[in-house]
Design a protein around this ligand. Sequence first.
Ligand code: MRU
Length: 341
Amino acid sequence: MKHFEFVNDRLIVLDQRKLPFQKEYVVCKTYQDTYTAIKDMIIRGAPLIGIVAAYGVVLGFKEIIEKNLEKDKIHDVIVHLSKSRPTAVNLFWALDRMKSTFERIKDMDKIEIYKQLLNEAKKIESEDKNINRKIAEYGNQLIKENSNILTHCNAGALATGGYGTALGVIREAHFSGKNVHVYVDETRPYLQGARLTAFELSEDGIPNTVICDNMAGYLMKLGKVDCVIVGADRIALNGDTANKIGTYSLSVLAKHHGIPFYIAAPTSTIDFSISSGDEIPIEERDEDEVRIFNGQKIVPDTSNVFNPAFDVTPAENITAIITEKGIVYPPFKQNILKLKD
Ligand code: MRU
């Protein structure tokens, strides 16, 4: 099975918390289940969060039919889902699409509304897969033969409808015959790099080496990194980009060492309503994610813990942003606006 699938009015998702050693699925029967899947990071990654939320709206409407509630109750469902995680704008983008679809068809009978909401969610899913392929093709133009590429977190198939953004570019380079090797930041505290990215790359036979997050600078100093490619959770109009915590530090290191730093993301990750990264809400997660490692306490109870899930990389540290509509170079402010439909 794929990493998620909507079948028989249920959304079945692969539990990413258990990877790579256990393949367990969680069945979402209600919109509250999809809320939990997003909030508890059973699934994660900006584009996938959007897709799962869209299916959450479908499940919410199913409940409206079953309990014979007012159609407009769907707005409460959308508000609830919007509170699952704050940073990835794809969540709000997908919910807005579902809301506009509902507004357009709300006078139809309930069964027809359900069908059309389901179609819209499926469209969001299939569009994302195609978008990733386009990002991969554009991004591959930037990858030189025999490259050592460093990536952070997981911007792969698992984080999207399929194929991946940053990992999509790397896959495309590999499958088009380029000899590439990937340094994978382990990405504390949730270990998306060690558990998910290394898993995806290894499954595809792409040579990879996992490093602890604090080793990237040393590798760069040794001249072992040719470029950095990461995904994004929200991009502001000026190009400032929120991504997994640690991305900012990498960008500073890359700039210092004169290494190209690329963001790969769909245009649904661009928040055209904000002018800079200062306006991006940064999620803070439970301190136990840092305090406890592998079920074991590793921090003295008397110490405080800080656990921001994202940081913002300033546009000046970014060489280019790879989207499905092409590669965007500075000046970002001017060029990002051209991507607006
Ligand atoms: O907390 P996560 O695992 O949802 O964070 C994921 C990331 O930061 C990814 O790099 C980003 O969402 C892009 S995924 C294509």
